[in-house]
Ligand binder design. Structure first.
Ligand SMILES: [Zn+2]
Ligand SMILES: [Zn+2]
Length: 266
């Protein structure tokens, strides 16, 4: 099983990073998490090999904020002639009827072709707790964000916790996982700066810091923490500072460029 980071930026794509999208391939099985602009990387090498080698493809959404779903407009280009199952959380998790979420977005005047007019697209729902998908165990739990998001855990391989405030339950949900992918919007060192208090307060209503993510990773005992959904208003120097701050709490913390690959369970 292999993890590929297709998009690690939050909110706005930048020349070096696309918005949230992750791929996990396991032989002929391809799992994709979120449909940010990073989904477009599947059209071109090196990531196009993931589609070429896939016999069964599943896409999972964490929530409906546009930076996580704008890639749904690319589906006809990427998955033409293929069957794609798009999994969304059920209404008990996020209060959104599944039939409303995606089809409401993929219709005129927002998209030239409606969801139901595109052959090969299948909508499926996932519930809180354990779901079985293509022979794998996929767990979901709700997270706090301006709109409810869900965290995913795929077997004992990885946990994706993005667009969330730092949540103590994440440490339990991620316990023993090989990799934790956690959002990181600020460094966390700003907590010590009196001039930054308002910025820190508003950030923590929706997002997490690198230091908070590292504390959760340490409590969970994961093998590696990958910081993602990075703030597009910050630069590489700031990301390096985030990584350094997180490593004082949890040493195996990394910020990778888009298209980074990692073997899972190897
Ligand atoms: Zn986001
Ligand atoms: Zn969001």
């Amino acid at each position: 099983m292999r993890l590929t980071l297709l998009g690690t930026q939050g909110w706005i794509p930048t020349p070096r990073r696309e918005t949230t999208c992750l791929a996990v391939d396991d032989g002929p099985l391809l799992f994709i998490f979120d449909a940010g602009t990073g989904l477009g990387r599947l059209l071109r090498p090196p990531a196009s090999k993931l589609i070429a080698g896939a016999a069964e493809i599943h896409l999972f959404l964490t929530h409906y904020h546009l930076d996580h779903v704008c890639g749904l407009a690319y589906l006809p280009a990427i998955f033409a002639g293929r069957t794609l199952t798009v999994h969304v959380p059920d209404a008990a998790l996020n209060g959104v009827e599944p039939q409303r979420g995606v089809p409401e977005l993929i219709r005129k005047p927002y998209n030239p072709r409606a969801w139901h007019e595109q052959p090969g697209l299948v909508l499926a729902t996932l519930h809180e707790g354990v779901n079985q998908v293509a022979g794998h165990e996929l767990r979901l739990r709700a997270q706090c964000h301006p709109d409810t998001t869900v965290a995913y855990r795929l077997d004992d391989r990885f946990v994706l916790a993005t667009d969330t405030v730092a949540d103590p339950q994440t440490a339990i949900f991620a316990r023993g996982a090989e990799v934790l992918l956690h959002e990181s919007w600020i460094d966390g060192v700003e907590e010590d700066d009196p001039a930054a208090q308002e910025m820190v307060r508003t950030t923590y209503q929706a997002h997490s810091s690198a230091r908070q993510a590292a504390a959760l990773a340490a409590q969970a005992g994961v093998g590696e923490l990958i910081l993602m959904h990075l703030n597009p208003l910050r630069d590489d120097d700031y990301y390096a500072q985030m990584q350094t701050a997180a490593r004082t709490i949890f040493a195996p913390t990394f910020i990778y460029p888009d298209l980074h690959e990692r073997v899972l369970g190897g």
